[in-house]
Design a protein around this ligand. Structure first.
Ligand SMILES: Cc1cc2nc3c(=O)[nH]c(=O)nc-3n(C[C@H](O)[C@H](O)[C@H](O)COP(=O)(O)OP(=O)(O)OC[C@H]3O[C@@H](n4cnc5c(N)ncnc54)[C@H](O)[C@@H]3O)c2cc1C
Length: 603
């Protein structure tokens, strides 16, 4: 047998030992947690799923890896090892393969019926941060060794991710499962199988085999939280209150998974409030410690880019963003942050003033960080496109309150009429979410939602000819300037605490102009300077004091969710939050680390 055939035989053997295809036959979903793959087994499994008429409806594979190989390396390896009929699948995987950045990445295939979740980082850390319920787990021999303090996997963390009677496999030189696994797992059955074709032995003399077991966790926990909230197909109707960035992204995430979604939007024109918000920025946040906020922002940034793949370039424009070194206020050394994090240059790199000038197409005086994949986004056409997603019905109505019926939530208008009812409702009405909860008797005193407040802000629109053509990429630091849209550069974004008066708005727009001119290192355009009232847009941000969004189930109200508190980063949170809620309702592996979920889901 040649090497390629022998490896194929081994892969087939592993799938047989998992009990496939019988184990997924006729099921709604099947989840495999694999700590011993970097894409190859995933393609084999996906290929088998495609050709099996009795396959599960949805296949979820989760890989835990220390770091990801480059897409080109993966491509070379997959194409050299896989049979030709799987090459098209391998190419699809390579196309979506992300940069090796720490955290959880979600890849989607077959109209979301096949997902691959990549948890990148040390296995013990990532296992403790994943939320899923696996039907099968594949481990490496290294993970069977009893962990030294803080190293290796711990079975308590592993047990949390298993269903009852999960199949465990490990290719190993040892003959039995280690006794210490039994501290958190109950073994029902253990077997040992010779590896077919006998390839890839770590030492030629040692027997190399596959350990197989059926095991259950000693304590069974539902995926996502203590009360599972998986929705069976018959109950897949969702009502969303609010048709802004938050609401329409939740609606899209569920509609893509086959749900019927009804969105109620108060303004006459769908998302009218964003209609004169000409352009906004999608840029990640970085921090020296790669803290929770930075990790959440990176996850949201990457999710938005995947989710918007099909959105035309004119709406989501990957123009790149410069974050210039600040010279006043809270100064952090951006160079040192970049060095310390060591992320791929395709995600972030530090640049000198000369390099920054080259990127912006304007002579800038400061260097800083450059994010090549950052985007300028036009919110209004983006919302219009989301609202047209198949499965979403947008209705114009102001929701006044909601009430729990016997099985459904009832949604009322201001006249007290029932607009509709549904088993699941998401309140995504920005600042008005607080009022809706209060009117429904559901706003808990002392909660994060109760602490949410409105923070106004202004953008200033300046003809690009007055800004030497405007920058080619987003330029930010103290404020920001976006590349021109329809001949206008957007300068922002101010913060207005006091009640908005015409004078305060005029002042805020003038300040935006001054900060923008400073960023671009140009003198204030005289014609703009002399105008008493600069054109622009004003809006309100819903802000929780900790600045994290508020996302999740309302405590004690099964079927009721909130998605609000997006503050200044609606574009960063919206897609990820949509998928987080949808994944919870569909019992998918969650696309975000659970320490961050715990933070944002405190409602
Ligand atoms: C000046 C400024 C600049 C900004 N720049 C950026 C930027 O560059 N990048 C970025 O990511 N973010 C930016 N933001 C933030 C971004 O706009 C918000 O985070 C985002 O709009 C929040 O979306 P949302 O859907 O939660 O809320 P909203 O946009 O407020 O949408 C809520 C929707 O709910 C509807 N609604 C309210 N009450 C009801 C009801 N009772 N019944 C039915 N419908 C209801 C409203 O009509 C509205 O359409 C900026 C904000 C401001 C103010």
């Amino acid at each position: 047998m040649n090497t390629q055939n022998a490896r194929a035989a081994q892969r087939a053997q592993v799938l047989r030992l998992l009990g496939l295809p019988h184990a997924w036959a006729g099921r709604e979903s099947y989840t495999l947690l694999d700590l011993d793959d970097d894409g190859l087994r995933f393609v084999t499994l996906w290929s088998q799923w495609r050709s099996d008429p009795r396959r599960c409806a949805r296949l979820h594979v989760v890989l835990v890896v220390q770091a990801l190989s480059l897409a080109s390396t993966l491509q070379g390896r997959l194409l050299s090892v896989l049979p030709e009929h799987d090459h098209a699948l391998a190419e699809q995987l390579v196309k979506q393969w992300p940069l090796s950045l720490p955290g959880v990445h979600r890849l989607e295939f077959e109209a979301l019926n096949v997902t691959l979740t990549l948890a990148v980082g040390p296995a013990n850390v990532m296992l403790s941060r994943l939320t899923l319920a696996a039907e099968a787990v594949i481990l490496t021999e290294a993970q069977l060794a009893e962990p030294a303090l803080g190293q290796g996997i711990d079975t308590v963390g592993l047990g949390r991710l298993l269903q009852a009677e999960t199949v465990l496999l490990a290719c190993a030189t040892r003959a039995t499962w280690p006794a210490w696994f039994e501290t958190s797992l109950i073994f029902h059955e253990q077997t040992n199988h010779q590896l077919e074709a006998g390839l890839e032995r770590p030492e030629p003399t040692s027997p190399y085999s596959v350990l197989r077991a059926r095991a259950s966790p000693r304590v069974l926990v539902g995926a996502g939280s203590d009360t599972p909230c998986y929705s069976p197909p018959a109950l897949r109707h969702l009502v969303v209150v609010g048709g802004g960035l938050a609401g329409l992204h939740v609606a899209q995430a569920l509609a893509l998974r086959g749900w019927r979604v009804t969105v109620f939007e108060a303004s006459v024109d769908q998302a009218q409030l964003q209609s004169s918000h000409l352009a906004a920025a999608l840029t990640p946040v970085v921090s020296r410690q790669d803290d929770q906020y930075a990790r959440l922002s990176r996850a949201g940034f990457l999710r938005a880019q995947s989710r918007w793949e099909q959105v035309p370039d004119a709406i989501v424009t990957a123009c790149g963003a410069l974050q210039l070194q600040r010279t006043s206020g809270r100064i952090v050394d951006l160079n040192r942050i970049a060095e310390g994090l060591g992320f791929s240059e395709q995600f972030m790199r530090s640049v000198t003033a000369a390099q920054a000038s080259e990127l912006a197409g304007m002579p800038l005086t400061r260097g800083g960080l450059y994010f090549p994949a950052a985007c300028r986004v036009q919110p209004k056409p983006l919302l219009d496109k989301l609202a047209r997603t198949e499965g979403i019905t947008c209705l114009s109505a102001q929701v006044a309150r909601i009430e729990r019926g016997l099985t459904n939530w009832r949604v009322f208008d201001q006249e007290g009429r029932v607009l509709t009812e549904a088993p699941q409702v998401v309140l995504a009405a920005g600042m008005a979410t607080q009022q809706l909860l209060a009117a429904s008797g559901l706003l808990a005193i002392g909660s994060r939602l109760a602490s949410m407040y409105g923070l106004g802000g202004e953008l200033t629109y300046v003809d690009q000819t007055l800004l030497a053509g405007g920058p080619r990429c987003i330029v930010s630091g103290d404020g920001y300037v976006l590349p021109a849209v329809q001949g206008q550069c957007v300068l922002g974004g101010s913060y207005l605490n006091e009640a908005v008066s015409p004078e305060a708005v005029a002042l805020a727009r003038q300040e935006n102009l001054e900060r923008g001119a400073q960023l671009l290192n140009i003198s204030l355009p005289p014609s703009a300077d002399s105008q008493p009232w600069l054109p622009g847009w004003g809006g309100q941000r819903a802000v929780v004091p900790d600045r994290f969004p508020v996302v999740g189930r309302v405590a004690g109200s099964a079927g009721l969710w909130v998605a609000t508190g997006y503050a200044s980063r609606g574009l960063s949170w919206a897609s990820l939050v949509g998928d987080l809620i949808a994944a919870t309702l569909m019992n998918e592996p969650l696309p975000l680390e659970n320490d961050i979920i715990a933070k944002i889901s405190k409602t």
